[in-house]
Design a protein around this ligand. Structure first.
Ligand code: HEC
Ligand code: HEC
Ligand code: HEC
Ligand code: HEC
Length: 347
């Protein structure tokens, strides 16, 4: 009799402990995510950017055309990740889309991180210039600090994940006293530039002229060697992750100009944003980013069948926007930049 009771009790106890343990962790993650789901901006009645556009035409255009802020909650990358979170029963309960909207701009608008998200909402029922005196103008001092940008560009819980702010804190740029805005909002036509120069929007090539150097090409068949250097003093390249990839493409051509071989070399920081809920919220999978100031020697072995056939190589560097599930298929990218470095090497 006693033995039979034990046979029932032991598995029951084990099952109960297991459920209690995961229930506890689940609850902690849930609590953490509920706290993180509080919007990082003022919530209320949005007037939308058109109101500010009336008098701040130039700033509006820069933001609208160049800044990824303007479409943060309204682009394929955003939707694919949001659908992934809400499409799974567990992650929907634990995380939900509130976390997405906490950073990417309110659910109520499709303007992403707009004027009012950063500068605050106009005070209701008074002339807009009163809001200027009482909020917008005094507020500027705080907005100029990197800690303001850090509200959204720092995710401490991802460890060495998506934390541009902590990356900046340790950078040469910070040592030289350069803040986020000294680079990203550097004055243009007398105004703080609001294009922020998003890689996925219009990219002001002049601003980024000195980001990467690629040199020392050497064909010692079957080896092809080169050196790539990240000249940025503020960020690794590509900055952040996991959806942005930097890709070096090398096309080897024969004397007739036909491509006889192609190398595709991605640089990326990939981490799983949604592994087993409650066990490990973020997990770094691979990091081949070029660190700030890093000089990297690359060496490729070419197939022996190419011996004597290679006349020249055409190199390009581009940014690709992929989903966080990227596994190597670049044809699935949401967006590809224009090549920002092109180089032809004759042998
Ligand atoms: C009716 C015209 C008008 C509208 C609408 C308007 N502004 Fe302004 N804004 C101005 C003028 C004029 C100034 C310059 C005022 C000054 O310097 O005293 C200004 C200045 C500012 C400044 C500070 C500039 C500085 O260097 O001190 C900020 C920030 C600002 N506006 C934000 C906004 C935002 C955000 C909106 C939309 C919610 C907005 N404005 C809508 C006319 C407008
Ligand atoms: C991502 C946050 C962010 C967004 C979005 C944003 N601003 Fe700003 N804005 C700032 C910061 C930060 C400054 C101060 C920049 C500096 O001086 O370094 C600023 C400065 C300004 C100024 C003063 C410019 C000057 O040089 O005198 C105006 C005017 C302004 N913003 C209007 C707008 C309008 C209009 C929009 C929407 C079209 C907008 N901002 C969107 C962060 C933002
Ligand atoms: C010394 C100048 C400099 C400073 C300081 C700086 N950045 Fe950047 N940042 C850049 C450049 C340049 C790029 C783009 C690299 C390229 O196109 O090659 C970039 C890229 C970015 C990106 C694009 C990320 C992506 O996924 O495409 C973000 C976001 C960003 N910076 C945020 C910040 C924040 C936040 C700070 C402050 C904590 C900061 N930056 C400080 C120069 C700077
Ligand atoms: C309310 C949240 C929020 C604040 C505050 C904020 N950002 Fe952003 N920022 C975002 C989001 C969301 C994106 C778009 C990310 C995406 O779609 O990949 C973005 C994109 C960017 C990019 C371009 C990255 C790209 O995708 O090409 C730069 C550069 C940038 N931010 C700089 C800044 C700087 C500098 C500040 C401080 C003045 C700042 N941001 C403040 C949320 C914010």
């Amino acid at each position: 009799m006693k033995m039979r009771k034990l046979i029932v009790a032991v598995p029951l106890l084990a099952a109960f402990s297991f459920l209690a343990f995961y229930g506890f962790i689940f609850f902690q993650v849930y609590k953490f995510n509920q706290a993180a789901a509080v919007p990082l901006y003022e919530v209320g009645d949005y007037s939308e950017a058109k109101l500010c556009q009336e008098c701040h035409e130039e700033i509006y255009d820069q933001w609208q055309q160049n800044s990824a802020h303007a479409e943060a909650n309204n682009n394929p990358r955003f939707f694919s990740f949001k659908d992934k979170v809400t499409g799974n029963f567990l992650t929907n309960i634990v995380i939900g889309d509130a976390n997405c909207y906490a950073c990417m701009g309110p659910r109520e608008t499709v303007e992403g991180v707009s004027c009012e998200i950063c500068h605050g909402l106009p005070i209701p029922d008074v002339d807009i210039m009163v809001s200027h005196e009482q909020k917008f103008i005094p507020g500027l001092e705080d907005l100029k600090k990197p800690e303001f940008c850090a509200k959204c560009h720092q995710f401490p819980e991802t460890g060495e994940g998506m934390s541009l702010y902590s990356e900046w804190q340790e950078s040469e740029a910070a040592k030289q006293g350069l803040t986020c805005n000294d680079c990203h909002m550097k004055e243009k036509d007398g105004l703080a530039y609001h294009g922020f120069d998003s890689l996925s929007r219009l990219r002001d090539a002049e601003r980024y002229a000195n980001d990467l150097d690629i040199r020392d090409f050497d064909l010692s068949f079957p080896k092809f060697n080169l050196v790539i250097e990240n000249l940025l003093i503020s960020h690794a390249l590509p900055p952040s992750g996991p959806s942005r990839i930097l890709v070096l493409e090398i096309s080897f051509l024969d004397t007739a100009g036909s491509e006889i071989h192609r190398i595709v070399q991605p640089f990326k920081k990939q981490f799983n944003l949604l592994p087993l809920v409650g066990i490990h919220p973020f997990m770094l999978l691979e990091n081949t980013q070029l660190q700030s100031g890093e000089v990297r020697q690359l060496s490729f072995t070419l197939p022996s069948s190419l011996e004597g056939l290679i006349d020249r190589a055409a190199l390009t560097l581009k940014f690709y926007d992929v989903s966080d599930e990227y596994t190597g298929d670049l044809s699935k990218a949401h967006w590809v930049s224009e090549p920002f470095i092109t180089e032809e090497v004759r042998f």
